[in-house]
Design a protein around this ligand. Structure first.
Ligand SMILES: Cc1ncc(COP(=O)(O)O)c(C=O)c1O
Length: 418
């Protein structure tokens, strides 16, 4: 007689080929990033050799666990070399890998909180601009740190005067972005880090987005104001390898100017029967494949590869931005410093289009622009250089003929609940 099932997985396991076939079919309906029509979620390098390397390395290290790196010496070496490359690139002293921008930000906020508590500040406060990534709000909520969000200047950049005014004896950390996600502008980091140094508080640069692009962006001829540890007063920095580092998802770097700060991130525990548990980030079990993928990506691309890809991002950004500016009724809402910007209805235009309706038409044409309250968000990847002109043609047509909006939300991220 059949036993009753226990729930969980299906009662009968399924055939491998049948499952793979079904998944391949289902994925046809997902966002097509290889075709260049995805923005921000995938950083498409349009480089088949890099993709081949990443697939091989991902499967080679699929099952390894970096919880105890001394058991996997190859991962230990790769992780060490990734941190060395990051510290030398940004002028930092110490740091670690994490699973992504949000975890890096959590770790920097926790470090700043504990640094403040050691100075006798019981209820530390974080100051950031309204444009700071929501990961700071999330970290503050989880870690019991008060967050004060400050208005930005008319150009979308953080306002040093607002930081100066908001600072008090409870301030633990000033946060700036390089660049911020919504507008792609870099905050006045030297000024704000200077204020932090003057008041002997910490200053974190959120370079999750720009960290692995800005060094090359500058070298291909763009003006980039100082933003990393070469700026006095910057004490920590987050930079994501899974964004413009071009690795696949699950890997970021969090860095500190000195070891004294970094040590607050390290956790050691031996008051249980299992022996010493030591970790340098909030995860326990850590997948080996993102570490191996990031290492292989950096070593394969080299400086020359990052410069080549930066040129492609720059070319694509120019076509996107010039195209938007050439369309009557649209404007770029800031003066972006990198490859990310928002465009919206031109306030000086008597008959500016409804951007939600324009976004509906762009969705129907297969483009997947993120919708923000002020307009639509563009983030250029290297592979966009192939499709940027077609994008501009479609956008021009959408502005000319768009009907009424279907009422799509301004959404970034999502919750899975059952
Ligand atoms: C400026 C900035 N900071 C932090 C993050 C968070 O990174 P993640 O989504 O990897 O957690 C992002 C993500 O886009 C970002 O743009």
């Amino acid at each position: 007689m059949d036993q009753p099932t226990t729930g969980g997985p299906p009662a009968q396991g399924r055939d491998v080929d049948e499952l793979l076939g079904e998944l391949r079919e289902e994925r046809h309906h997902d966002l097509d990033w290889r075709g260049g029509r995805a923005f921000s979620l995938v950083y498409n390098t349009d480089d088949p050799e890099l993709e081949r390397l990443q697939h091989e390395v991902a499967s080679m290290f699929l099952h390894e666990n970096a919880l105890n790196p001394f058991r996997y010496r190859t991962l230990l070496r790769m992780e060490g070399e990734l941190i060395d490359m990051a510290t030398s690139l940004f002028g930092a002293g110490h740091g670690s890998l994490s699973s992504g921008g949000t975890e890096s930000i959590f770790l920097a906020v926790q470090t700043a909180r504990d640094h403040a508590r050691e100075r006798g500040v019981d209820h530390p406060v974080l100051l950031c601009s309204a444009t700071a990534h929501p990961a700071f709000a999330k970290a503050c909520a989880y870690l019991d740190v008060e967050r004060r969000s400050l208005p930005v200047r008319a150009d979308g950049r953080a306002d040093p005067d607002a930081y100066r005014e908001a600072l008090d004896g409870r301030t633990a950390l000033l946060v700036v972005s390089a660049p911020c996600y919504p507008y792609g502008v870099i905050d006045p980091i030297a000024e704000i880090a200077g204020i932090a140094a003057e008041h002997e508080v910490l200053c974190h640069v959120d370079a999750c987005l720009g960290g692995y692009l800005l060094p090359y962006w500058e070298r291909i001829g763009h003006d980039v104001a100082p933003w990393d540890f070469n700026v006095d007063g910057v004490t920590s920095l987050s930079a994501d390898l899974h964004k413009y580092g071009y690795s696949y998802k699950g890997v970021s770097t969090v860095l500190y100017r000195d070891r004294d700060l970094y040590r607050r991130q390290i956790f050691m525990y031996d008051d249980w029967p299992g022996g010493l548990y030591a970790s340098s980030s909030s995860a326990g079990t850590r997948p080996g494949s993102p570490i191996a993928g990031a290492w292989a990506t950096m070593v394969h691309l080299g400086e020359e590869g990052y410069l080549r890809l930066a040129r492609r991002v720059s070319d694509a950004t120019t076509v996107f931005a010039d195209g938007v500016r050439s369309i009557d009724g649209l404007c770029i809402t800031s003066d972006p410093d990198m490859s990310v910007f928002e465009f919206g209805p031109d306030p000086r235009h008597p008959d500016a289009p409804d951007l939600d309706a324009v976004a509906d038409v762009m969705d129907d044409r297969g483009w997947n622009l993120d919708r923000q309250p002020g307009g639509l968000h563009v983030m250029a990847s290297p592979g966009h250089d192939r499709v940027a002109a077609a994008f501009v043609d479609d956008l021009r047509a959408a502005v000319a003929d768009h009907g009424t909006a279907r009422g799509g939300d301004h959404v970034y991220g999502g919750v899975v609940e059952r």
